[in-house]
Write a protein that binds this ligand. Structure first.
Ligand SMILES: Cc1cc2nc3c(=O)[nH]c(=O)nc-3n(C[C@H](O)[C@H](O)[C@H](O)COP(=O)(O)OP(=O)(O)OC[C@H]3O[C@@H](n4cnc5c(N)ncnc54)[C@H](O)[C@@H]3O)c2cc1C
Length: 420
C-alpha cells in the first residue's frame, strides 16, 4: 500500500478556522479552490495569485477549439469577469510568488508585496518541457501551456504555413489536428515508433496514426531532433538525427510537462515527482496544502501514488482540500480519467493503461467508434474509448467494481457491458 500521510507536521498548527487563505496559481485547481471555499461558507480574506495575465480559463481548449478558431475567446474563461469581485476573491493577476516563508506564514511576490496567510494552497501546476538543442531560441519555436502561448501560435497558423510538431503526445496531436483545420502543412516528429506513448493501446495508437495521415499529416517515427535551422533569426527547418531536414516556419514542441515544485522545495516541503500530499492535499506543514498537476497524491482506487495532468483530478483535489481546510474533510476519491479531441474523434480514457497486461478490442476501429480495454489479472484496469461514451462510462464502472470479465464476451459489442 502507498503511504497516505506525508511526514508528521513540522510547524505549529494554524488556527482551526482560518481567517486568511492565499492560493498560489490561478489555473484549474486554484480557481476551483477559491470557488469551493466560498461555496463552503468561508468568509475570510481569500487571495488568488496567478502569474498569467488572464483570469482562470479552460486550459484544454488552448490546443483544441480555441486554437482552431472554433471557440470564441470570451467562452474560454471559467467565470465571467466580475465573478471574483462578487465573491470577494482578491484575484491578483500577472503576479508571481517568489518565496514562501513558513516561519512567518507569508508569501513574497515579485511585485514587492508580502502577504500573510493562515492557510496557504500551492496550485502552481506544471510547465512545458523544452528542448535544449542548437537553434532552440529561434523565432517561431513555441511550447504550448498557456492561453498566451495558444494565441501566439494561432496567430502564425495561416493557411499554407509549414508546421513541425515535435512529439506525438496529446498536446502535439491536438495542435496538429487544429493546424490541419486551419490549412497548414503539418509534420509530426516522434522519437518512439508509435504515437501517444504508453497512455493508449497499440491498436489505438495505430488508429490515430491512420486518422492523422488521412487528414494530411506527415508523421516521422524513430527520429530525434538534432537542431533547429534558421535564417535571419527565424526558424526555417528542423534537422533530424537521420540526416533529414523538415522545412518549417513554425514549430510547436510538445514533449511533456514538468511540475512547478520549486517554491515548495525551497520552503522545505517534501517533493518526489510532485509536492507530496495526502488525499486531502495536506503537506507535512498543517498550514499548507497543495493541489493539481504540481502534486504527488495517493489514489485509493488504484492503491498507489500518482502525479496526474488532468483537469478532473485538479478540480477534485481542490474540492477535497477545501473541505479539509473548512474542517469537514472529504478525501479525494476518483479514478483518473482524461480526454482528447482530435478532428471528429473524442478519446476518453479511464484508469491507467500501464496497469494492464492484456488488451481486448470492442468494436471496429474502421467505424471510428470502438474501445480498447486493458485487463489485469482478468479484471478491467483501463479503457480507451473512441467516440463511445458508453464504453467510457461502462468501462469506468467495471474498473471501479474490479469484477473479472470474460474477454470473449467483452470483445462482442452486441453483448451489453453489464453482462460481460
Ligand atoms: C495544451 C493543453 C491541453 C490539455 N488538454 C487537457 C485535456 O483535454 N483534458 C485534461 O484533463 N487535461 C488537459 N490538460 C492538462 C490540464 O490543463 C491540467 O491538468 C490542469 O490545467 C491542471 O490544473 P492546475 O491548476 O494544477 O495547473 P495549471 O492549470 O497549469 O495552473 C497553474 C497556474 O499557476 C501559475 N503559477 C505557477 N507558478 C506560480 C507562481 N510562483 N506564482 C503565481 N502563479 C504561478 C501558472 O502560470 C498557472 O497559471 C491540457 C494541458 C495543456 C497544456
Amino acid at each position: 500500500m502507498y503511504e497516505n500521510r506525508p511526514e508528521s507536521p513540522t510547524t505549529a498548527s494554524p488556527p482551526v478556522t482560518p481567517r486568511s487563505i492565499v492560493v498560489i496559481g490561478a489555473g484549474h485547481a486554484g480557481a476551483q479552490m477559491a470557488e469551493s471555499l466560498r461555496l463552503g461558507g468561508f468568509e475570510g480574506s481569500l487571495i488568488l495569485i496567478g502569474d498569467e495575465r488572464h483570469r482562470p480559463y479552460e486550459r484544454p481548449a488552448t490546443s483544441k477549439d480555441l486554437l482552431s478558431g472554433v471557440m470564441e475567446m470570451d467562452r474560454v474563461f471559467l467565470k465571467r469577469e466580475n465573478y471574483y469581485h462578487e465573491k470577494k476573491i482578491d484575484l491578483r493577476l500577472g503576479v508571481r510568488v517568489t518565496a514562501i516563508d513558513r516561519a512567518q506564514r507569508k508569501v513574497i511576490c515579485d511585485d514587492g508585496d508580502s502577504i500573510g496567510y493562515d492557510n496557504l494552497v500551492i496550485a502552481t501546476g506544471a510547465r512545458a518541457r523544452t528542448l535544449q538543442v542548437p537553434g532552440a531560441d529561434l523565432d517561431g519555436i513555441f511550447t504550448l501551456r498557456s492561453l498566451a502561448d495558444s494565441q501566439a501560435i494561432g496567430a502564425r497558423m495561416k493557411p499554407g504555413a509549414r508546421l513541425a510538431v515535435v512529439g506525438g503526445g496529446y498536446v502535439g496531436l491536438e495542435v496538429a489536428a487544429s493546424a490541419i483545420k486551419l490549412g497548414c502543412a503539418v509534420t509530426v516528429i516522434e522519437m518512439q515508433e508509435r504515437l501517444l506513448g504508453r497512455v493508449v493501446a497499440a491498436e489505438v495508437a495505430d488508429f490515430y496514426d491512420r486518422a492523422h495521415r488521412a487528414a494530411g499529416v506527415d508523421i516521422r517515427y524513430g527520429v530525434v531532433i538534432e537542431e533547429f535551422k534558421g535564417a535571419a533569426g527565424a526558424v526555417r527547418g528542423v534537422g533530424l538525427t537521420d540526416g533529414s531536414m523538415i522545412a518549417a516556419d513554425l514549430v510547436v514542441v510538445g514533449v511533456g510537462a514538468a511540475p512547478n515544485t520549486e517554491l515548495a522545495a525551497a520552503a522545505g516541503l517534501a517533493v518526489e515527482n510532485g509536492i507530496v500530499v495526502d488525499d486531502c492535499g495536506r503537506t507535512a506543514d498543517p498550514a499548507i496544502f497543495a493541489i493539481g498537476d504540481a502534486t504527488n497524491h495517493p489514489n485509493d482506487i488504484l492503491g498507489k501514488r500518482l502525479r496526474l495532468e488532468s483537469v478532473p483530478a485538479a478540480m477534485g483535489q481542490a474540492r477535497a482540500a477545501a473541505s479539509a481546510i473548512l474542517g469537514a474533510p472529504k478525501p479525494f476519491h476518483e479514478l483518473p480519467w482524461f480526454w482528447s479531441d482530435q478532428y471528429d474523434l473524442k478519446l476518453q480514457i479511464a484508469g491507467l493503461s500501464e496497469m494492464g497486461d492484456r488488451v481486448v478490442l470492442r468494436g471496429d476501429p474502421d467505424s471510428r467508434r470502438f474501445a480498447a480495454y486493458y485487463l489485469r489479472r482478468g479484471a478491467v484496469a483501463a479503457v480507451n474509448a473512441i467516440n463511445s461514451g458508453k464504453d467510457f462510462l461502462g468501462g469506468r464502472k467495471l474498473i471501479v467494481e474490479g469484477r473479472i470479465v470474460d474477454p470473449a464476451r467483452l470483445a462482442d459489442p452486441l453483448i451489453p457491458l453489464a453482462e460481460v
